[in-house]
Design a protein around this ligand. Structure first.
Ligand code: ADP
Ligand code: MG
Length: 615
């Protein structure tokens, strides 16, 4: 039986389908239902709400930070863009970029204040901001107009826009549509760039993100700024629509609506916010809804939030994507090709800094101590890792090995002592800074971003090497594309090295345990480390996988990367280590070659749990 031939479209065509459909729909709408003024007005509302939902989704859906105060920026945009900017004597068009800049600056300020917080506390601060702003307008009556707000006296001349036919109502719809497409384009570029991957990495494991070189605090500030800027621009359109800026538009019920629209459409997707905003806004335009529910908007939003999100938390697009992923998986199974294993020996890893034997040690710890309350987890440890050395670190459970790695990678601050990395005093440097210096790591309890693809996991590992700033990412510049292509190629090489080429497009969470371990190593290698910290990479592996790991560590060593290997698997450790340090209760009890350590009575005693003199 012959299978029906599938049509394979080029990737640009696949990408264009959704925006082209949206464009055709809005074009039809303008000339169809839009002929009626009330529907045209609804169309303006739907398009700017969709832009808002896309913007808020950058923060809430992609970066994982829930704001319940973003409607505040909507009011800021209205004042700055539609009232103040035209009053300065410049063209009212100037109000749009002015609102973006003012909103983004205010968003950044709010973020600087609250981005050290997480979850509940961060959301509470945004909630406070959202309630403060409209109240401020009321208090500052003379400057901001009090409860009645401010009139827009110099509106933008939207009637000159194409397709407006000289009509300002049609013109406003065209402007709102342009803003929606511009927002969609920016968000699409951002989401598929270094910026978007870093956002999702923060959302899933901030710890792993910062160890992979993402400056998490600054990144969250940028997410706040971008989303606030977009909401502010929408605020200008709304002000032009009513020829009024009113503080009530910044209330919490509005912020709540943004979140509900995103949740019902699909959190962390591009189409979801648009679907959510369109469905809810146009839904209110239906005659029956107009007759029965037009004054019950809070009731409708409340019920939809309650029932819709409880029953389908992933929203419309979340569920559509699930079905698509299943179909794709089935297709791939049909067409699966044998995995091409790259022989480890054939590949040389790029190394950040060419370390020479005569240069400074890769790592030098002096009297490093860590106390957790009364527990001394690491006690006065001195340790030197020479360039290109594989340094084994062993000790019974709870002896401080992971804590030591955390202090080397900058996740845990030292209580006292000094950490020198590549000859630099990095005792107080943050995890991303140390990643930049060439320190990379894996985690004992895997810290993969399970909802991201295998390739994207490695691409975040490339974060520091992929020099694309937020501006370049948002505008999808030539440089950004070029750097992106190079990073994808490099990630694919690393995936081939660890034998995961065939899984590149799968979600990391779908991999078996042994493959997840190898993926973490590939991600760590993507940062081109000079010093790689491996925390029990063989734990829970089948003997055949341990052999594979042995080969891999051999390749890493041959490339000149220094390694600290924490392991209980003695065969592996003895085979690859140049030097082994032994910890017990946080202190170094022995150090030497594998043979020396193996025959050291103190080590045998520590491991067998017998008194030294008895042994
Ligand atoms: P290992 O990796 O050698 O098994 P760890 O470094 O995980 O050991 O733990 C060393 C000691 O420090 C243990 O007693 C552990 O309970 C304690 N410890 C580790 N992390 C923390 C923490 N965040 N808070 C309090 N105690 C901790
Ligand atoms: Mg440990």
């Amino acid at each position: 039986m012959s299978l029906p031939t599938r049509i394979h479209l080029p990737s640009w065509a696949t990408r264009a389908i959704a925006p082209a459909s949206l464009f055709l729909f809005l074009f039809w709408y303008l000339n169809g239902p839009g002929a009626q003024r009330s529907w045209l007005d609804l169309g303006v509302e739907a398009t700017y709400l969709a832009a808002i939902a896309l913007g808020v989704n950058l923060l809430t859906g992609y970066t994982g930070l829930l704001s319940l105060g973003h409607a505040g920026f909507f009011v800021v945009g209205g004042y700055v863009g539609a009232v103040w900017a035209p009053a300065w004597g410049v063209s009212p068009w100037f109000g749009l970029p002015a609102a973006f800049v003012a909103g983004a600056a205010m968003g950044a300020l709010l973020a600087l204040l609250c981005c050290h917080l997480r979850g509940f506390y961060l959301t509470v601060v945004t909630l406070a901001f959202g309630s403060l702003l409209p109240a401020l307008v009321v208090v500052l009556k003379s400057a901001l107009g009090g409860t009645s707000g401010r009139n827009v006296t110099k509106p933008i001349d939207v009637s000159i826009l194409p397709f407006a036919n000289g009509d300002s109502y049609r013109g406003l719809f065209v402007l709102s549509t342009i803003v929606l497409f511009a927002t969609l384009w920016l968000c699409r570029n951002l989401v598929h760039s270094r910026w978007g991957r870093a956002s999702m990495a923060i959302r899933e494991s901030e710890l792993a993100a910062s160890s992979s070189g993402v400056e998490t605090y600054l990144h969250k500030v940028s997410a706040f700024a971008l989303s606030a800027g977009i909401v502010s621009v929408a605020g200008v359109i709304a002000a032009e629509r009513f020829l009024l800026v009113s503080p009530s538009a910044g209330g919490q019920d509005q912020s709540f609506r943004y979140v509900i629209m995103i949740a019902l459409g699909g959190l962390g997707t591009l189409a979801g916010p648009i679907i959510g905003a369109f469905t809810l806004t146009f839904g209110f335009g239906l005659t029956w809804v107009q007759e029965h529910l037009v004054n019950q908007q809070n009731l409708v939003f409340g019920l939809l939030g309650l029932v819709g999100v409880a029953l389908a938390p992933e929203g419309t697009m979340g569920n559509v994507n699930k079905v698509l992923a299943k179909l794709r998986h089935r297709q791939r199974k049909d067409a699966s090709s044998p995995v091409t294993a790259v022989t480890a020996a054939a590949y040389t890893l790029p190394v950040r800094a060419a370390l020479t034997a005569s240069g400074p040690p890769a790592l030098e710890l002096s009297a490093v101590t860590k106390r957790f309350g009364g527990v001394v987890a690491v006690n006065d440890v001195d340790l030197i890792v020479e360039p290109g050395e594989v340094h084994g670190l062993i000790g019974p459970n709870g002896s401080g090995k992971t804590t030591l790695l955390n202090m080397i990678s900058g996740i845990t601050p030292v209580t006292s002592g000094r950490v020198m990395v590549m000859g630099h005093d990095d005792t107080h440097a943050s995890a991303p800074k140390r990643c930049g210096r060439g320190v990379s790591r894996t985690f004992q309890n895997l810290q993969l971003w399970k909802k991201m693809t295998v390739r994207d996991n490695v691409l975040v590992g490339c974060h520091r090497n992929l020099r694309v700033n937020t501006f370049q990412a948002a505008f999808g510049t030539h440089g950004a594309h070029k750097a992106e292509r190079a990073a994808v190629q490099r990630s694919d090489e690393l995936l081939a090295l660890v034998g995961l080429s065939a899984r590149a497009d799968d979600l990391a969470g779908a991999l078996p345990f042994a493959e997840q371990r190898r993926l973490e190593i590939a991600r760590a290698l993507a940062a081109s480390p000079s010093l790689l910290l491996l925390d029990e990479p063989a734990a829970g592996l089948h003997p055949s996988d341990v052999h594979r790991l042995l080969d891999l560590i051999g390749t890493i060593k041959a490339s000149g990367v220094s390694v600290i290997l924490v392991e209980h698997h003695m065969e592996l450790l003895m085979a690859v280590s140049d030097v082994i340090t032994v910890l017990e209760f946080g202190s170094v009890i022995a150090e030497g070659t594998p043979a020396e350590v193996q025959n050291n009575p103190a080590v045998v005693a520590a491991y067998l749990g017998v008194e030294e003199d008895v042994a």
